[in-house]
Design a protein around this ligand. Structure first.
Ligand code: SF4
Length: 228
């Protein structure tokens, strides 16, 4: 891994984030429960839509204990309109698990967070880095696309190999300081600059280090995922 390129990437990304980072309600908290709520909602729903639902949901269930003791029918009602109700069921089950297994205190270890219902590697990484400042990688669709464009000149033939490489990159790229800002910035940059269908290469601060600069404009190189 090219350490100089990684350092250049970190510096550019953090600089960009200071000016262009999105103001989102779940960024105003370090409460792991609320961060989990936002991440579960964002799994299949656009950011603008999640804003409204998130605020209503955490008003109704401000703590993990409140959600743990809620009636399933009320939780479903609070989720009404967001769709994909399995997410609400899993979130409710996760809150109950926190109450039952951890005495109502949100777990602090990655393995414990990953053991909660409906929580995968990405969501656990988001909770660990956004709530606790732990250097856990976050590799959602947007980050995957951004890292593969900036660092991967030739895609490995095997999707599993690409996956391993991108997780390793997402981990290696995290700076010692500013973990929270860096991981938030990765997601914002992928969602607003290095987009799937029309990456803004012309104004992109990564263009001097991006191995796919000039090869992506107007056409998705790696996939055409939704941006959120
Ligand atoms: S130069 Fe283009 S492809 Fe590379 S990171 Fe920037 S927007 Fe994405």
């Amino acid at each position: 891994m090219d350490c100089e390129a990684l350092r250049g990437f970190q510096a550019r990304l953090l600089r960009w984030f200071r000016t262009h980072g999105r103001d989102l309600p779940w960024r105003k908290t370090r409460d792991p429960y609320r961060i989990l709520v936002s991440e579960v909602m964002l799994q299949q729903t656009q950011v603008d839509r999640v804003r409204r639902y998130y605020q209503r949901f955490v008003r109704q269930y401000p703590t993990v204990r409140d959600l743990a003791t809620a009636h399933p029918a009320r939780v479903r009602e609070a989720w009404e309109g967001l769709g994909y109700y399995a997410r609400a069921r899993n979130l409710h089950a996760a809150a109950r698990e926190v109450a039952r297994r951890h005495g109502g205190r949100f777990p602090r270890r990655l393995a414990e967070v990953m053991a909660l219902p409906g929580v995968g590697r990405y969501t656990a990484g988001a909770v660990m880095s956004f709530a606790y400042g732990e250097p856990a990688p976050v590799l959602d669709t947007n980050v995957r696309r951004l890292l593969s464009r900036v660092f991967v000149r030739r895609r490995p033939a095997s999707p599993a190999r690409l996956d391993r490489r991108l997780w390793a990159l997402a981990k290696a790229a995290i700076p010692h300081r500013h973990v929270w800002a860096f991981n938030q910035a990765l997601m914002d940059f992928g969602a607003t600059v290095c987009t799937a269908r029309s990456p803004k290469c012309g104004i992109c601060p990564m263009r001097e280090i991006c191995v796919n600069y000039g090869r992506t404009s107007g056409a998705p190189t790696h996939s055409a995922e939704d941006e959120s």
